[in-house]
Design a protein around this ligand. Structure first.
Ligand code: ARG
Length: 457
């Protein structure tokens, strides 16, 4: 395709290092679509005859049918998907195939194909996140009243509800979705027609090709068009952030499924056994989601480092943009599916969760708040009084509400027997009805907001 000025062909090392066909064959659908949009425009503009445009279009359909049936052939000599397709087109329709590459370059071609691919990957991520959100709101609605310990520093802090805890991940997922939607809107401009770097002297219609490929408009600067990979980085940044959230959720399940916690029984379908210890049921899927987030973040780092030193416009380094994006996309799809299945299929052991919430003096803050409200004691002093009560209870090995009124009054005489109503875990969560708080009624409101946002009601 470019041998005119060379006396010698490339060495085997050159052919191997140069070839992107082993991975960019994944772009074949986008490559065919972009070529068809391009040749239709060339025909409409009279840059090629209507007859040649029709021949090329039919030939591209034939190549496409072959790829669909047999896969894309990998031949290093043909370097990439663009040359592979053009070469097969020439075999099928003869020299007229050579007119397809008028007024374009592989530089704008690959930028266009890759944008189309990444746009689809963004849509796939959005669908996967929506599925996770549906699972989260469903389980959160079921467990708006289920009490569990809330943690800070992984130490029991205050009682919360499981529904509230799950809705925290709904919020993360909602932000992840908005990042992908935002990235998609920004990416949706068509670089086709930027040609090698400077635009073209042919009377092309970039608005027509942009519209034909579902883009909002053509890109505005030809140099930027062929050297911009922000759309891929935007995708990877959103994917890395999403995978980080999935990893945190996976970590919750790993902890909750451990025997000392026993908060959850994972679905058999997303667990594995041990070849030596018959009793084991391991949270491998969750562990791999946690692990895969490291790989996805690595994909982002990889492309950032590839891009950071490149002058305008295209450099061959940019061929390395695809493997990290492809890898991240397939990992992200898997991780989203695994966590959606885990959330939907987990059996929450609400008795154990509730029992754990009773341990660790989780309602100590409620005692302090009661002293503030009922006895008009400044919070700092109430905190101190409560600390003494916790110390006494701890020494006796009992819960706060198992101390007698006399014992509590010995610590501070302003305490009366109404305090016991405030010390139950139910009273504790019900009292936290501030906007976004853990009170069951508040959680139900947020679940119904979320169901509306997801189009579920
Ligand atoms: N295979 C190349 C890539 O993925 C296509 C662009 C080649 N352009 C060039 N000037 N060599 O980036």
């Amino acid at each position: 395709m470019w041998g005119g000025r060379f006396a010698q062909g490339p060495s085997s090392v050159m052919r191997e290092i140069n070839a992107s066909i082993p991975f960019d064959k994944a772009l074949w659908r986008q490559d065919i679509a972009a070529s068809k949009a391009h040749v239709a425009m060339l025909g409409a503009q009279g840059i090629v005859t209507g007859e040649d445009a029709a021949t090329i279009t039919a030939g591209l359909d034939e190549v496409s049918a072959e790829y669909e049936a047999q896969g894309v052939p990998v031949n290093w000599d043909l370097e990439d998907i663009h040359m592979t397709t053009e070469s097969r087109l020439a075999e099928l329709i003869g020299p007229v195939a050579g007119r397809l590459h008028t007024a374009r370059s592989r530089n704008d071609q690959v930028a266009t194909d890759f944008r189309l691919w990444v746009r689809d990957a963004m849509d796939e991520a959005l669908a996967g996140i929506a599925a996770l959100q549906r699972a989260l709101v469903t389980r959160a609605g079921e467990h708006a009243d289920s009490i569990m310990p809330g943690f800070t520093h992984l130490q029991t802090a205050q009682p919360v509800t499981l529904g509230h805890h799950l809705m925290a991940y709904y919020e993360m997922a909602a932000r992840d979705a908005s990042r992908f939607a935002d990235a998609r809107a920004r990416a949706n401009q068509c670089p086709l027609g930027a040609a090698a770097l400077a635009g073209t002297g042919f009377p092309i219609d970039r608005f027509a090709t942009a519209a034909a490929l579902g883009f909002d408009q053509p890109t505005a600067n030809s140099l930027d068009s062929v050297s911009d990979r922000d759309f891929a980085l935007d995708y990877l940044m959103a994917a890395a952030q999403t995978s980080l959230h999935l990893s945190r959720l996976a970590e919750e399940f790993i902890i909750w499924a451990s025997q000392p916690f026993g908060f959850v029984t994972l679905p058999d379908s997303l667990s594995t056994g041990s070849s030596i210890m018959p009793q084991k049921k391991n949270p491998d899927a969750a562990e791999l989601v946690r692990g895969h987030s490291g790989r996805i973040i690595g994909c982002l780092t990889s492309l950032m480092i590839t891009m950071k030193g490149l002058p305008l416009a295209y450099s061959k380094d940019m061929q390395d943009d695809k493997p990290p994006v492809f890898e991240a996309a397939s990992l992200l799809t898997l991780c989203l599916a695994a966590m959606t299945g885990m959330v939907a299929g987990a059996t929450f052991r609400t008795q154990r969760m509730r029992a754990a919430a009773e341990l660790g003096y989780a309602t100590a803050t409620d005692l302090a708040d009661w002293l503030v409200r009922q006895a008009n004691i400044p919070f700092r002093e109430a905190h101190h009084i409560t600390g003494a009560a916790v110390k006494l209870a701890e020494g006796k090995g009992v819960a706060l509400d198992q101390l007698s009124l006399a014992e509590l009054q010995a610590i501070d005489p302003r305490i009366d027997d109404r305090v016991f109503a405030a010390l139950s875990v139910e009273a504790s969560v019900a009292s936290r009805a501030s906007h976004g708080g853990t009170a069951p009624d508040e959680v139900r409101k947020r679940v119904s907001d979320a169901r509306r946002a997801l189009g579920l009601e």
